[in-house]
Write a protein that binds this ligand. Structure first.
Ligand SMILES: Cc1cc2nc3c(=O)[nH]c(=O)nc-3n(C[C@H](O)[C@H](O)[C@H](O)COP(=O)(O)OP(=O)(O)OC[C@H]3O[C@@H](n4cnc5c(N)ncnc54)[C@H](O)[C@@H]3O)c2cc1C
Length: 415
């Protein structure tokens, strides 16, 4: 999104000589609409426009007649793995948890949780319900475990108002709109950016070199953290500090297509209070949006990363076991697609988060240009809307405008 937005905005601003070097064989990056069951669109990366009011993605969707459907998170059901139920007052434990966290905003949330249990022992069903709430509200949102987060580290960003909305025919349509007319070179994995001379020289794994006057770097934070791109000279200390000071979280999806709906068909969100925190706790029912019997199941943080090591078959067996515990004996899925965003070489995680002890300011630092040659965009460079598609989009527009504001360079193009 950041790269496509930068390219499209540069074009709109009159820059004719712009190329996008893309390591994959497709556009969109973490915006990825694939097909399940031989042709039904399903989003393996981002699903939602988070907050449709004033959101630039809403404007793109409307302007291009791309259908969206609002999500009503209150239209949910919660299932339990056994007959035990939380007490009516169990939700109060969550309020107490937040009050305790407010008194120590820089303490990791796992410690806060343990303090709560010490002060106020909960029954097993109440604790499991609290685990479910913390996992789906905090850990899924930030793609990280409680122990990696503090109140301070989850409270820095901004949000648009209004509903969240999904794309029944896929979020990838938005990427398609932006990509129209751009010069995108696929399977060009950048390995080195030498910005020491007048022209910047970009080298790719295939051995190709590209000369440019300006370069916008939109590789994910994960790719930057892995130092998969060498910068010559090395990036300034402050930039490296920003890369090291932020983390890349994991949210993985298991998408299952069945022959028929056997679940709560008109409910949008299916919660599952299992025996262990953070395992198969949240499922989005795509049936109300698409008319197809598809479930999109989420796992985040350490568990989300752990299942990447399992085979597809093993992951599907776990998903089916969780669904079986909710709905009884269920039929096998007709098709399944599983994501592995941590192992994805061109992403190395799902989206960024601010770890305990770091600060949102790191996002701003990651977004700062290096001189008048290197510009940075991507979700992890947007201090107001990190971790989102709209943040990535806005950061791309920002980079394009930073370039347009500079005096015209003598020669080569922008890459
Ligand atoms: C499972 C999941 C669910 C999500 N849900 C939502 C959601 O509902 N709503 C929301 O707003 N956001 C969501 N997000 C986050 C959102 O998808 C991202 O924040 C956003 O798409 C990131 O865009 P980007 O341009 O910064 O990075 P990317 O999409 O990662 O783009 C970077 C591009 O650079 C390419 N690249 C990387 N390294 C190189 C290299 N060395 N050389 C050449 N090319 C390279 C990559 O292939 C990629 O195409 C989700 C993400 C995931 C993974």
């Amino acid at each position: 999104m950041a790269g496509l937005a930068a390219g499209a905005e540069l074009h709109a601003l009159g820059f004719a000589d712009v190329a996008i070097l893309e390591a994959r064989d497709r556009i969109g990056g973490r915006l990825w609409t694939d097909a399940i069951g031989g042709g039904i669109p399903v989003d393996l990366g981002a699903s939602w426009i988070h907050g449709t009011d004033g959101n630039p993605i809403t404007a793109i969707a409307r302007g291009n007649s791309i259908a969206t459907r609002s999500t009503d998170y209150d239209n949910d059901v919660v299932h339990f793995h056994n007959a035990e139920r939380p007490s009516p007052s169990a939700r109060r434990a969550l309020r107490r948890f937040w009050r305790l966290a407010e008194r120590q905003p820089d303490t990791d949330l796992q410690s806060v949780y343990e303090q709560l249990l010490e002060i106020e022992p909960l029954t097993v069903p109440d604790r499991r319900y609290l685990d479910y709430l913390l996992n789906t509200i905090v850990e899924h949102e930030h793609a990280a475990d409680l122990r990696n987060l503090s109140l301070e580290s989850i409270q820095g960003g901004d949000a648009y108002g209004g509903h969240d909305a999904v794309f029944p025919r896929g979020y990838g349509q938005v990427a398609g709109v932006l990509a129209d007319g751009l010069d995108i070179r696929f399977l060009e994995a950048v390995t080195e950016i030498d910005y020491a001379g007048t022209d910047i020289v970009v080298t790719t794994a295939a051995g190709a070199t590209f000369a440019a006057t300006r370069v916008v770097v939109t590789a994910s934070l994960g790719v930057l953290k892995q130092r998969r791109i060498s910068f010559l000279p090395a990036l300034p200390l402050r930039k490296r500090g920003a890369i090291d000071g932020l983390e890349m979280g994991v949210l993985n999806k298991t998408c299952l297509l069945f022959d028929d709906v056997f679940w709560d068909d008109d409910v949008e969100v299916i919660g599952y209070v299992g025996a262990r925190r953070g395992q198969w706790a949240e499922t989005l029912n795509l049936y109300p949006y698409t008319g197809h019997p598809i479930l999109m199941m989420f796992n985040a943080g350490a568990y989300g990363a752990r299942i990447e090591r399992l085979s597809d078959q093993e992951i599907v067996a776990q998903a089916v076991a969780a669904l079986g515990s909710m709905y009884g004996v269920i039929p096998p899925p007709r098709d399944a697609i599983i994501t592995r965003w941590r192992s994805d070489p061109w992403s190395q995680g799902s989206y960024s988060y601010v770890p305990v002890g770091s600060s949102y300011q790191r996002y701003a630092e990651l977004g700062e240009p290096v001189g008048d040659k290197l510009f940075f965009a991507g979700e992890a460079t947007h201090v107001e809307y990190p971790s989102t598609v709209h943040g990535a989009f806005l950061s791309g527009i920002r980079a394009a405008r930073q370039i347009a504001a500079l005096p015209a360079p003598p020669s080569a193009p922008t890459v």
